[in-house]
Design a protein around this ligand. Sequence first.
Ligand code: NAP
Length: 256
Amino acid sequence: MNSSLCVLTGATGGIGKAIAHALYTQGWKLLLVGRNTQALEELSTACPDSEIFTGDLTDDATRINLAIKAKQLGGVKLLINNAGVNTMQSLERTSSEEIDCMLNTNLSVPIKLCQLFLGQLQFTKGTIVNIGSSFGSIGYPFQTLYCASKFGLRGFTEALSRELNGSGVKVAYLAPRATDTAINNDKTRAMNKELGNKMDSPELVAKELLILINSNQTRRFIGFPEKLFARINGVFPNIVDNAIAKQLPKIKRFLN
Ligand SMILES: NC(=O)c1ccc[n+]([C@@H]2O[C@H](COP(=O)([O-])OP(=O)(O)OC[C@H]3O[C@@H](n4cnc5c(N)ncnc54)[C@H](OP(=O)(O)O)[C@@H]3O)[C@@H](O)[C@H]2O)c1
């Protein structure tokens, strides 16, 4: 089927906006999804002919209505699960509601959207891109839930990709490192600066996404040395344990 519809969640966020502009330039028809109608309308004006959909994706009915709207527009060809949340804090100070919110938004919602859109994607021979993180491969202190959600998302993406092998549906994972968006508050930014962690522009992440969707790749990790650490952590986690242990006193200085 000849659809060029991209459903982009988290479209109004820093990375989402950059992805929207990059895909628009490549000729994709966009269905921009977020919680803020005004921000969506502004983005849609900058990407003419795109459609908007407002709603909280943790709500079951919202996701179903989104799938209905995409079907009415011809069916999704590219689903980008980009919406996400993060807060740097100790597990000890995290409430039960915050645990549910992080795991729900970052893990359950993308899983449920993949499931919901599977029929349309099989019909269009489409692509799913799940936006992960370096913290989907490296456990980091005071990022316990974010790491749990992104490790989970990486595992889910890999398993689904293998499950759908030969079906015509491509399932891919893109892992940015720290990126200059509102998800990082002043303390996180100050900590990254102190630790010498580089921060990419959202436009660079969008460029990497274009490379991923226009290739046969199913996973892409952004930034050196983060992608090297991710590999080392998989094989020799003790090396990364020791490196992060040395950073811990500095990291703790930036907590509330
Ligand atoms: N920036 C980084 O350092 C970084 C690094 C690695 C990975 N990532 C990942 O990149 C993705 C985009 O993050 P970002 O940096 O662009 O963050 P951002 O600027 O804070 O944008 C987050 C987006 O997610 C949407 N969102 C959050 N909860 C939602 C919900 N319940 N329902 C619907 N939409 C919801 C927000 O919508 P509203 O604005 O309407 O609330 C917003 O559009 C996330 O998955 C994040 O984990 C970011």
